[in-house]
Design a protein. Structure first.
Length: 347
């Protein structure tokens, strides 16, 4: 009896594992201003939409963030933060490309040194949402990102200066990096003996809460330093149950890190939060989500953002009214960043 020939094994083609859900949602972000307005039931002809502004600084906004905007309302405070308008193209005296002196404070590839004891790493130029008032909208990310060269130059610069005890991950948005890339960075930082604290400035838990996934939470939980996460929300409507849940997961992951803190910094923006009710609602809504108010920034005078500016006297009056209404721990510090100052300047 002749044995039957063996049946060849059929191997399924190898497939790359699916991307994390947050990355898929990021890829699906709206990039066309007219599509955004159509989703909100708004007529582009009724708004001073600027194709030129969108070409210079492209629109990008996740659909989950769009879902928190009010349909049919051209003055929605979330829409106003992301929609490119003609006003951006009007040159204004005193508004420039580098509003906060980042250029003069560059200490090495992707490292900015402004304040004693702290080094800011521009970890990436990417963000999940492009805010029209962003003070780094003209920043040369292609040349000034710490990721270039696998972080080596940035890490060695920090290692060489033992006065640096805190590193601030910024960008862009550092949590737009894949978690493996974040771990590569913090593993390298962990070899610097004089670091005592890590701070992350991020908008992703607010605009794309799905970013706070199991991999990121594991990264948080194994960090060797106290962690402060500084969020960025300007209006109470930016919070919803998905954001609350993401922040709850973050707090749980950070529970064993001494000093783990969630803070919020906002920018005072005309037409978004320039009244005491909006500011009070923001502080109280953030606090319900476990976030303490930190700073209320006067607008950084970057070219293209002048239409958001609130005069200093109005800002001070709003801050006094806010302090009269809320408990002290709910009142953010009203500040301005001035190039060359040793810290934020109180107003």
């Amino acid at each position: 009896m002749i044995p039957a020939a063996p049946i060849p094994m059929q191997h399924a083609p190898l497939q790359a594992p699916p991307a994390p859900r947050w990355q898929q949602l990021w890829r699906e972000a709206v990039r066309d201003p007219r599509e955004l307005l159509d989703l909100l039931g708004l007529d582009p002809a009724a708004l001073t939409l600027s194709d030129e502004a969108a070409a210079q600084f492209p629109l990008r906004v996740p659909r989950g963030f769009i879902a928190r905007m009010r349909r049919g309302d051209p003055d929605d405070p979330l829409l106003r933060q992301v929609l490119p308008l003609d006003a951006e193209m009007t040159p204004m005296p005193g508004f420039g490309l580098d509003a906060v002196g980042d250029g003069a404070a560059k200490a090495g590839n992707g490292v900015i040194r402004k304040y004693r004891g702290r080094a800011l790493l521009v970890a990436t130029g990417s963000c999940a949402v492009n805010c029209r008032y962003c003070f780094r909208r003209h920043f040369p990310y292609a040349d000034e990102t710490a990721a270039a060269g696998g972080w080596r130059e940035a890490i060695e610069l920090i290692r060489a200066d033992d006065s640096i005890d805190e590193v601030i991950l910024s960008g862009g948005d550092p949590w737009s990096l894949a978690t493996a890339k974040l771990a590569e960075l913090t593993d390298a930082l962990a070899t610097v003996p004089h670091l005592r604290r890590l701070r992350v400035h991020t908008r992703l838990p607010v605009v794309l809460p799905e970013r706070v996934d199991a991999a990121l939470l594991e990264w948080v939980a194994r960090l060797p330093w106290p962690l402060t996460v500084v969020l960025h929300a300007n209006h109470a409507n930016e919070f919803d149950p998905s954001v609350d849940a993401a922040l709850g997961r973050l707090r749980q992951a950070g529970a064993n890190l001494p000093g783990f803190t969630l803070l919020n910094q906002a920018v005072l923006l005309r037409g978004v939060n320039d009244n005491v009710d909006a500011l009070a609602d923001l502080s109280e809504r953030g606090y319900r989500a476990g976030v303490l108010p930190y700073y209320l920034h006067q607008l950084d005078r970057v070219q293209g953002a002048a239409h958001f500016e609130v005069p200093d006297e109005q800002a001070r009056a709003l801050h006094r009214a806010l302090a009269a209404r809320l408990s002290g721990y709910l009142v953010p510090r009203l500040v301005r960043e001035v190039a060359g100052d040793p810290g934020k300047r109180p107003l």
